[in-house]
Design a protein around this ligand. Structure first.
Ligand SMILES: Nc1ncnc2c1ncn2[C@@H]1O[C@H](COP(=O)(O)OP(=O)(O)OP(=O)(O)O)[C@@H](O)[C@H]1O
Length: 324
């Protein structure tokens, strides 16, 4: 549905290229993540999808149509098909939630009666029916982003671009907003392109992800593969930075191994079984367990001590992947 082919972007006066030969294909109905550090080129990339930026070379197409080649009227029509939400919400502070949501409809010349009905429907969709007449200053961050989402959906787009949409929110509110985004994807079939610098955001909602580094896609694939089996140093480094510096490295006396399992193996009482069968003490020093899409996974840092460590390592290697 969305394709980037050999996309380069160089800003006048800027040193290096903001985007340097990006190729991506995003399918209708998926939640596609683009992760990278500050300055990697994420915003530039996503802004090309709705024509806010033009490639210096290469093409960005939406259903086969070259976005940069559109005449102004066609570009306006495209922007009604492609909604966008932002880190800073972008709401008018002098307008109520309902008035903010109504804005794109008024700009599109929708009759007043239809605007009122659609705004009521959108407020219900994002769970803000009781907050229609509040001003942004009277709403929490999560509520403001819900207004942003409702406004972005007002013209019934089939694509939603999310530019660091949860970066200003606390972890719990982030989870709520991401759950709403996932529900919109499921219920409306909305295609979602989500840019973030946080791997946990990718884990929570993205089916596929591309890692952007210095204007290049250095790795892409199913989230479960990229997160559990990262190939590029940049992906590993983004994963390693989560959760801060490990403190156990200095304090644990035994052998430390990184262990990743997915599917059936991750869902069962694997660690206690290996500990029992090999007579080894296994401490879980750090880790995550959960689901990536439908796949159960466990990604753990284990401390092995007192017992048959070699046998425990062999059993772990059979059940999953172990690393240093
Ligand atoms: N309008 C502009 N003029 C000049 N340089 C720009 C412009 N917009 C972006 N850049 C440069 O392009 C590069 C990529 O910026 P971009 O905002 O796309 O990165 P990002 O990954 O979204 O980072 P951040 O999360 O910090 O916004 C940066 O080096 C930035 O300074």
């Amino acid at each position: 549905m969305i394709r980037l082919e050999g996309v380069h972007k160089r800003f006048p006066g800027a040193g290096g290229a903001a985007l340097d030969g990006v190729n991506l294909a995003i399918a209708r109905g998926e939640v596609f993540g683009i992760i990278g550090r500050s300055g990697a080129g994420k915003s530039t990339l996503v802004r090309m999808i709705n024509g806010l930026e033009r490639p210096s070379a290469g093409r960005v197409t939406l259903d086969g149509v070259d976005v940069a080649a559109l005449a102004p009227a066609d570009l306006r029509a495209l922007r009604r098909r492609v909604g966008m939400i932002f880190q800073g919400f972008g709401l008018l502070s002098s307008a109520t939630a309902a008035q903010n949501i109504a804005l794109p409809l008024r700009i599109a010349g929708t009759p007043a009666r239809e605007v009122a009905a659609r705004v009521a429907e959108l407020l219900g969709m994002v769970g803000l029916t009781d907050h229609a007449d509040k001003y942004p200053a009277q709403l929490s961050g999560g509520q403001k982003q819900r207004v942003g989402i409702a406004r972005a959906l007002a013209t019934r787009p089939d694509v939603l671009l999310c530019d660091e949409a949860t970066s200003a929110l606390d972890p719990e509110t982030t989870r709520d907003v991401l759950a709403l985004i996932a529900a919109l994807n499921r219920d409306l079939g909305l295609t979602i392109v989500l840019i973030t610098h946080e791997m946990d955001v990718v884990r929570q909602v993205c089916g596929r992800v591309a890692v952007l580094h210095a204007g290049k896609v250095v790795e892409s694939g199913a989230t479960v593969d990229v997160v559990l089996d990262p190939r590029h140093a940049e992906t590993r480094s983004l994963l390693a930075e989560e959760g801060g510096a490990p403190s156990y490295r200095h304090s644990f006396a035994g052998e430390i191994v990184r262990f990743t399992a997915r599917g059936e193996a991750a869902a069962g009482p694997l660690i206690s079984r290996i500990a029992r069968e090999t007579g080894t003490e296994i401490a879980i020093l750090e880790g995550r367990v959960g689901h990536l899409g439908d796949t159960p996974y466990a990604q753990l840092t284990l401390g092995l001590s007192a017992g048959n460590i070699a046998a425990a390592r062999a059993a772990l290697a059979q059940a999953g992947v172990i690393g240093a």
